[in-house]
Design a protein around this ligand. Sequence first.
Ligand code: FES
Ligand code: FES
Length: 163
Amino acid sequence: MADGSRVQLALEINGRTIRSEIEPRMLLVEFIREVARLTGTHVGCDTSYCGACTVLLDGRAVKSCTLLALQAAGARLTTVEGLAKGGVLHPLQVAFSRHHALQCGFCTPGFLMAAVNLLAENRDPSEDEIRKGLSGNTCRCTGYVNIIAAVKDAAEELRKAAA
Ligand code: FES
Ligand code: FES
């Protein structure tokens, strides 16, 4: 593509503003990985199926392979690198570790971000609600049982912290 068609874009990711000149067709996941160098957001398919690319856009989980980077202009983005605060892991990260809710770990960033969204909307989800809330994410290793246990555990921790 000719240079004349490139556009300036500034995106807020994990509280930092990242600026770059990009091709208008650049996907959000490409901006996150290749421009912002935040490689915790993964690409596991080319069919919008796997959910490994899930990030938060103004708090809502989105598959960043399904959006253009330009569509995120003006929004607040959070990637998995933004979950821990001051070196302290997010309760979901702690629970995933405690419950062995990952094996290869490739899907984990996407599950974590989808689960953050789920627990923001539902503080005490049932197993069915967790399965439904995470239905856009695929794991080829774990069989999901430990992931669901981790989300239930993290929900309880978050409720206790808020009490
Ligand atoms: S990379 Fe698979 S849904 Fe986005
Ligand atoms: S832990 Fe390997 S794909 Fe989920």
